[in-house]
Structure formats: structure tokens, C-alpha cells
Design a binder for this molecule. Structure first.
Ligand SMILES: Nc1nc2c(c(=O)[nH]1)N[C@H]1C(S)=C(S)[C@@H](COP(=O)(O)O)O[C@H]1N2
Ligand SMILES: [Mo]
Length: 348
């Protein structure tokens, strides 16, 4: 084993993830209804007109295909009993203790929210999107009379996992203590009874199986102690889900390029592809999304001009207009960067 801090669980978990993504790739990848595509241009006319784009993932990832990452060895994730579980929230005078029933009785909201693991490689599959229902964390902190003048809010979980987020993120109205995923009870693997969803921060800042919440000025969580980023702000990413690397396309006939792009809570403003090693860029169509915390699907029509081999690149601009960097960085400590590339071949 290397001395480098490892972010994921052991190999078995990775193999399971690979299996899952293989299932995803082999399954029917017909795109969803494309009524809301924006930015029609000559390059993406078919997509903009609502022509089905094959090879795009479902905008809302089916729960069984949502990526799973935990620090725990296989078989050691918590499997909690809701009737015994209590959520403790540190207050100024005494802690608030909420049962599962009490949590479910509070006013709730449903939001679409993408999660990406900080150890997701460029082009990797550790990113998924779901609809979550839960209680704004802010409401729970207020109910507890928590001290919101300190810098952070820390979370302790049933598996010993810990992490902390800035107080400003904790008080953001979209930050949820979620107990439902895609309209169903939060699955055990995704943090039952309750997990956090915070906009703009990598998966490691979205603790599962939460048992205690406490304001803190200084706090170093489980991965933060092991060399990973303390801020863990999502870097702008984009990737192809079609074509696959190594695919052969017929020359002179329109092909469809497509995939996803995500920039945490900054949202995505534009996506472009290059077929000439980054010398020029063509705009892709992007599908409008319910909110900035959601990935976008993008698509583009491209007719390979002649037989040969092409290295396709994709890049995205976030909601501030900033293009993602082509500079390559490894996942440790701040998350990977660089542009996703796929090599395709054309035949006459
Ligand atoms: N309690 C607990 N929460 C956790 C983790 C963990 O190991 N234990 N892993 C984190 C990491 S690194 C990621 S990427 C996300 C993954 O969430 P998911 O499995 O629901 O996709 O959970 C986060 N929350
Ligand atoms: Mo992660």
C-alpha cells in the first residue's frame, strides 16, 4: 500500500464502482426528452431541435446507479435503526436532540443536487445527480440555538467520519439535512437516516449517517487530517459520455458528441468542444437545469470531415464566465483538473 493518503475505500469498492459504470454504459442510454435545450447553433441544431441524443446519462441518476464512496471497508458501513437514531445539535445552553420522526415532521424542501467525489479523475464516473428532500440545516441550527458567530459547523457520523463546512455555507438556505433521495427513503449506503447536502463543495463535505452537529472555530475532519483540501470547493469539470474513447465514426456523416458539465454552485454558462487540438472551439447545446447545484447535459452535432483520427476535447465555463483550466492536477489534495479528451477514428 502506498503511503499517499487514499481517499476511497479498498479495491473491492472500486471494482464495484467499475461494475456499476459498466452497467451504466451498456444500458439503454437514450437521452431524456430534450425540450429545454438552449443555445441552438449550426453545430448543435439537431440537439437544439429536440432530436434525441444517444449516449447521455439520465439527468437524474437512478438511485441504483448513483456512485457510492465511503472510507469504510466493505460490510462496515453503518446500517442504522431509525427508531434508535438521535441527531444531536450543540446549542448555546443545551443540545437539541431530534428523533427520526421529529426530523420528518419539520418543514422540508426538495432540491436537485449533484455530488462529485474529490477523487474523481478527469473523465471519471464518481459524479451523479439526484433529487433530495430534507430540512434546511439553518432551521435546525436555529431550533438548537446554536452559536452561529463561530467560523464552521462540524459533523460527526456513526462511522467515526467527521468533516466541517464554513458557517456561511451551513446557513445557506439550500444547504439540506436530507432524508429522501429520488422520492424514496434515503438508502443506507447514501447515509440513512440523514446526510448533508451543501452546494459547491466536493462529496467529502457532504457527510452521511450524521449523529452530531456542532459549531466550531477550528476543526479538521477525517480526510482533511489526511492531506485533502480543507475547503474542497468543486472545480469546474466537463466530460464526454459519448463517443467512447476509441470509437469509430463514419466520415462525412453527422455524429453526436455529448456529456455532462458541473461547477458546484457556480453553475455552468457554456460548454465547447475542440476537434483540432484546442486551436478552435465550437459551442455545444446545454440543457437548462432546475438550479445551479445541478450538472448540465451538453450535446453537439459534429460531422467528421474525412477519414482519420481525431482527439476531441471539451471545456466548460462556470456561471462567472471563467473557463475550466487545461492545466492538469492530480486529485490529491484539491481535486483533479485538466480537459477530458477522447480519441475517435473515422472510416470512409
Ligand atoms: N459518514 C461518512 N460520510 C461520508 C463519507 C464517509 O466515508 N463516511 N464519504 C464522503 C465522500 S468522500 C463522498 S464522495 C460522499 C459520497 O456520497 P455517496 O456515497 O452518497 O455518493 O460521501 C461523503 N460522506
Ligand atoms: Mo469523496
Amino acid at each position: 500500500m502506498s503511503s499517499r493518503p487514499r481517499h476511497h475505500g479498498p479495491e473491492l469498492t472500486r471494482r464495484e464502482l467499475l461494475r456499476r459504470s459498466a452497467v451504466l454504459a451498456a444500458g439503454a442510454l437514450a437521452g431524456p426528452a430534450l425540450a429545454q435545450w438552449v443555445r441552438g447553433t449550426r453545430q448543435n441544431l439537431a440537439a437544439a431541435q429536440g432530436v434525441e441524443v444517444r449516449g447521455l446519462p439520465a439527468e437524474v441518476t437512478p438511485t441504483g446507479e448513483f456512485y457510492i464512496v465511503s472510507k469504510n471497508p466493505p460490510g462496515f458501513d453503518p446500517d442504522l435503526d431509525a427508531s434508535l437514531w438521535r441527531l444531536e445539535v450543540a446549542g448555546r445552553t443545551q443540545p437539541l436532540r431530534l428523533s427520526y420522526r421529529e426530523l420528518l415532521a419539520l418543514p422540508s424542501m426538495e432540491r436537485s443536487h449533484t455530488l462529485e467525489c474529490i477523487s474523481n479523475e478527469v473523465g471519471g464516473n464518481l459524479i451523479s445527480n439526484a433529487k433530495w428532500r430534507g430540512v434546511p440545516l439553518r432551521m435546525i441550527l436555529e431550533m438548537a440555538g446554536a452559536d452561529t458567530t463561530v467560523r464552521k459547523v462540524a459533523f460527526r457520523c456513526a462511522d467515526g467520519y467527521t468533516t466541517a463546512i464554513p458557517m456561511s455555507d451551513a446557513l445557506h438556505p439550500d444547504t439540506l439535512l436530507a432524508y429522501e433521495m429520488n422520492g424514496e427513503r434515503l438508502p443506507s449506503k447514501h447515509g440513512f437516516p440523514a446526510r448533508l447536502l451543501v452546494g459547491g463543495l466536493y462529496g467529502m463535505k457532504n457527510p452521511k449517517w450524521i449523529t452530531r452537529i456542532e459549531p466550531a472555530d477550528h476543526f479538521l475532519g477525517y480526510w482533511e487530517q489526511r492531506g485533502w483540501s480543507q475547503e474542497a470547493v468543486v472545480k469546474t469539470m466537463s466530460k464526454f459520455t459519448t463517443p467512447n474513447s476509441g470509437a469509430t465514426l463514419p466520415a462525412g456523416r453527422p455524429a453526436q458528441l455529448g456529456g455532462v458539465a458541473y461547477a458546484g454552485n457556480r453553475g455552468i454558462r457554456a460548454v465547447e468542444c475542440s476537434i483540432d487540438d484546442g486551436r478552435s472551439w465550437l459551442p455545444a447545446a446545454i440543457k437548462s437545469v432546475p438550479g445551479p447545484d445541478t450538472w448540465v447535459l451538453w450535446a453537439m452535432d459534429w460531422t467528421p470531415p474525412g477519414p482519420g483520427s481525431y482527439l476531441l476535447r471539451v471545456r466548460a465555463a462556470d456561471g462567472t464566465g471563467q473557463w475550466q483550466t487545461a492545466d492538469e492536477a492530480p486529485t490529491l489534495p484539491d481535486g483533479a483538473s485538466g480537459l477530458h479528451r477522447v480519441r475517435v477514428y473515422t472510416r470512409a
